[in-house]
Design a protein around this ligand. Structure first.
Ligand SMILES: [Zn+2]
Length: 306
């Protein structure tokens, strides 16, 4: 096992998480900052640089002890060049060669990928998709992200933009989506869409957590709402199963906290609608690594260079 350490960063619209991990993916130290404190692109980049330097110093390490910095980012990335195409939820980022900037300012190798890909890498190597050659991983949140593992490796596609499960259209006509398309899965089952539907149903403000708790307490209306979310997700995944024939589908992210109310309906839909050969060995399971998946995936990216 390498005696070197890895720095992992998970950048979201709300939080910037940074961690120091061993070469065996053990957490040694971690810190969370509020992303919104850094409104401008340059101040956010500087915050990343400062956080990296701080965590190295705090743990009495030198740059020579660090194998590299891995970053999970909330948007499409040109992984080879290390360029951020854009962030849908953080303004001011367009065609930014973050890899180059970080490497020159930090003097150590930097690796970038989008957060859903890194979650998939982590679940595939150390989590719920471990031992499966072919897997599809989803993270259900404000956005619906996905990653594809084929023959044990991440499938990124021609422009490293594969896996956008949230932008599979589930209808011919329907609401327009941030991506420029319409009737995308995300436009029906993104966090804010579920909360909006719940507000309408219960005629008051209601959080996702509360909605999950209500389903656990067998509240009929809450169960019905989750069942509708599960059915829509199941329809999209039926297409994915028929098309890719994965051994496992791993579902994570905040919305997955709904538990059985969601999973039962997802499974029911897939297993009743997908082709029987493809569903023969299929498992649909909850993600194992929770909110650490992005950081672990970023560390794997550094260690394996892929
Ligand atoms: Zn879309």
């Amino acid at each position: 096992m390498s005696r070197k350490f890895i720095i992992a960063i998970d950048l979201g619209g709300t939080n910037l998480k940074i961690a120091l991990l061993t070469g065996g993916y053990e957490f040694k130290d971690r810190q969370t900052l509020r992303t919104r404190r850094f409104a401008q692109k340059d101040s956010l980049i500087q915050a990343i640089i400062d956080a990296v330097n701080k965590i190295i110093e705090k743990n009495c390490l030198g740059k020579a002890d660090i194998l590299g910095v891995g970053l999970g980012l909330p948007g499409p990335i040109d992984v080879k060049q290390g360029v951020v195409y854009f962030f849908p939820n953080i303004r001011g980022w367009k065609q930014v060669n973050l890899k180059k900037i970080l490497q020159s300012k930090l003097g150590m190798p930097a690796f970038l990928d989008n957060d859903a890909n890194l979650m998939s890498l982590a679940e595939s190597k150390l989590g719920a998709a471990r031992g499966y050659k072919n897997a599809v991983c989803l993270t259900l949140g404000t956005g619906v992200g996905g990653g594809i593992i084929i023959d044990g490796g991440l499938y990124r596609g021609t422009n490293s933009a594969a896996g956008e499960i949230g932008h599979i259209p589930i209808n011919e006509e329907g609401p327009s989506c941030n991506c420029g398309g319409r009737a995308c899965l995300e436009a029906y089952i993104g966090n804010d869409k579920i909360i909006k539907a719940a507000r309408k149903l219960f005629r008051r403000n209601i959080s996702l957590e509360e909605l999950s708790l209500m389903a656990r307490a067998r509240n009929k209306q809450a169960l019905q709402l989750w069942s509708e979310v599960g059915r829509r997700l199941g329809v999209a995944l039926t297409g994915v199963v028929n098309f890719l024939n994965p051994g496992v589908i791993v579902i994570g992210g905040g919305v997955a906290g709904a538990g059985r109310a969601l999973f039962d309906q997802v499974k029911k839909t897939i297993f009743s609608r997908a082709m029987k050969v493809q569903t023969g060995q299929l498992k649909v399971v909850k993600a194992k690594l929770g909110s650490d998946a992005g950081l672990i995936g970023a560390a794997i990216l550094v260690k394996t260079g892929s």
